[in-house]
Design a protein around this ligand. Structure first.
Ligand code: ADP
Length: 459
């Protein structure tokens, strides 16, 4: 009886500390707006990285363009024939290549030669729907999801590799130059005309189909958000000459850390992470971490509350043994006896559970997922209200679309619902009638190709 009391007191405390009532959501949204402004002005607040994307797709783009996406263990190449306003996307062709593990720690030349070869293979395929105008070079939109310092649309210095990459001789170099040189070695007459991250490419892809898209969000393993900003609202770009007067800004909101309801479990996870003290918002709302937070809570409940019996299941000590897809699978279990929860706990972590332990596990999952989804919603409202403050009516006075992509958003219905509820609670039902949150599935591929078109050297 003592242990049951222990477990329920841990659960009660967890729920209290993770709670996201309206005042908490409002503080997070307000702090997000304030950190955006600080980051646009100077080197504090959010990074607010200028993308140098100043022309969004209009729909008039015509011709053959390429997209290349490097951001994880796969790279993807796409070519698309654009037919202008009426015909739009005439044809596409696509290849996905997994990167051999040894190349992830090879030299810069070896990695980029491999990528250029993949591109050459796709470019060499005969397809009479896909044709480059005679005399023109193939142009590429390069989606590169690692930290780069950008000073123009078609160049960017790699700051450091992340996600398991340890390629030598690339940090400090312009990744566009690396790719251009590799293409030259392959005898491939192509050039990169736009270097972007996946959030920026998603925004461009969504904008192509719908001019009301103002914000794009990635919610997958990690998270980011970008939006269209007025050049004169970016003090740190003072003097930058722009014909459109606008630029997409990548907020890098994963780095946000103010006013978040955090627990001892979040602090323990952060301390054990490869980047302690960094990316706190990301660690609270994105797919890489939700399962791990739940594991730490269950471990504590097993240790002091005997949640799974007298001994602690050994596997619960293994970091990342529960993934966010596992939480999602458990939360879809509608069976009366929670058989699905029980077998998942056993399959993943060799945990034997009683019915009452399974109910507790589900409550823990729901608490962490509710907090994550609700805070993501508050972040979205933070961006929208910053834009609205700058120019009344531009967001809430008309139809506005937020485009979202990523495996977490796509696959986790409870997370999506909590996110939408939080947005609605914050902005009120009247304004939320004008707001559309939509899934922009794989929009980043076409988006990058469109940015190659809108930044073409032949324009
Ligand atoms: P990326 O790794 O580039 O972010 P995705 O956008 O496909 O790629 O996101 C993958 C992430 O989405 C996974 O790491 C996981 O956290 C989350 N995810 C994938 N499937 C599910 C699922 N069924 N339920 C919940 N989260 C999922």
């Amino acid at each position: 009886a003592v242990s049951v009391a222990e477990t329920s007191s841990i659960l009660r405390k967890l729920k209290e500390e993770c709670a996201t009532p309206l005042p908490v959501l409002r503080q997070v949204a307000d702090a997000m707006s304030a950190d955006m402004r600080a980051g646009l002005a100077a080197a504090h607040g959010l990074p607010m990285i200028p993308s140098f994307v100043e022309d969004l797709p209009t729909g008039n783009e015509k011709g053959l363009f390429y997209a290349l996406d490097l951001g994880g263990t796969n790279f993807r190449v796409l070519r698309v024939q654009l037919g202008g306003k009426d015909e739009r996307v005439v044809a596409t062709d696509f290849d996905q290549v997994s990167i051999p593990p040894q190349l992830m720690s090879a030299t810069c030349e070896e990695l980029f030669d491999f990528i250029a070869l993949g591109l050459a293979k796709l470019a060499a395929k005969d397809d009479d729907r896909l044709n480059l105008s005679p005399g023109k070079k193939g142009e590429i939109g390069f989606t590169f999801s690692f930290p780069v310092r950008q000073t123009s649309i078609d160049s960017g210095i790699l700051v450091k590799w992340t996600k398991g990459f340890a390629v030598s001789g690339a940090a400090g170099r312009d990744v566009v130059a690396c790719l251009n040189e590799a293409m030259e070695r392959q005898g491939l007459d192509m050039r990169v005309s736009a270097l972007v991250n996946d959030a920026v490419a998603t925004l461009a892809g969504a904008e192509y189909w719908d001019n009301d898209v103002a914000v794009a969000i990635i919610l997958g393993t990690g998270t980011n958000a970008c939006y269209v900003e007025q050049i004169d609202a970016i003090p740190k770009l003072q003097g930058h000459v722009s014909s459109s007067g606008k630029m997409i800004i990548s907020t890098e909101w994963g780095a946000f850390s103010k006013r978040l309801p955090l627990t001892e479990f979040d602090r323990a996870m952060d301390a054990a992470s490869i980047n302690p003290g960094e990316q706190i918002f990301e660690k609270t709302i994105s797919g890489m971490y939700l399962g791990e937070i739940v594991r730490l809570v269950l471990l504590e409940m097993a240790a002091t509350g005997e949640l799974f019996g007298k001994s602690i299941p050994e596997n619960l000590y293994t970091p990342f043994i529960l993934g966010t897809p596992d939480l999602c699978a458990m939360q879809q279990d509608n069976s009366g006896d929670l058989q699905g929860v029980g077998s998942l706990l056993y399959d993943k972590a060799r945990v034997e559970s009683t019915f009452s332990a399974r109910k507790t596990v589900l409550e823990v999952c729901d608490t962490i997922v509710k907090r994550g989804g609700s805070l993501a919603g508050a972040g979205i409202v933070g961006i929208l209200q910053k834009m609205e403050e700058d120019s009344k009516g531009v967001i809430f006075g008309k139809r506005t679309v937020v485009a979202i992509d990523g495996g977490l958003y796509e696959n986790y219905p409870q997370y999506r619902t909590y996110m939408q509820d939080s947005v609605k609670e914050l902005i009120g039902s009247e304004k939320s009638n004008n707001l559309v949150i939509e899934h922009s599935k794989d929009g980043s591929g076409i988006g990058a190709a469109l940015l190659a078109a809108s930044n073409s050297m032949y324009k």
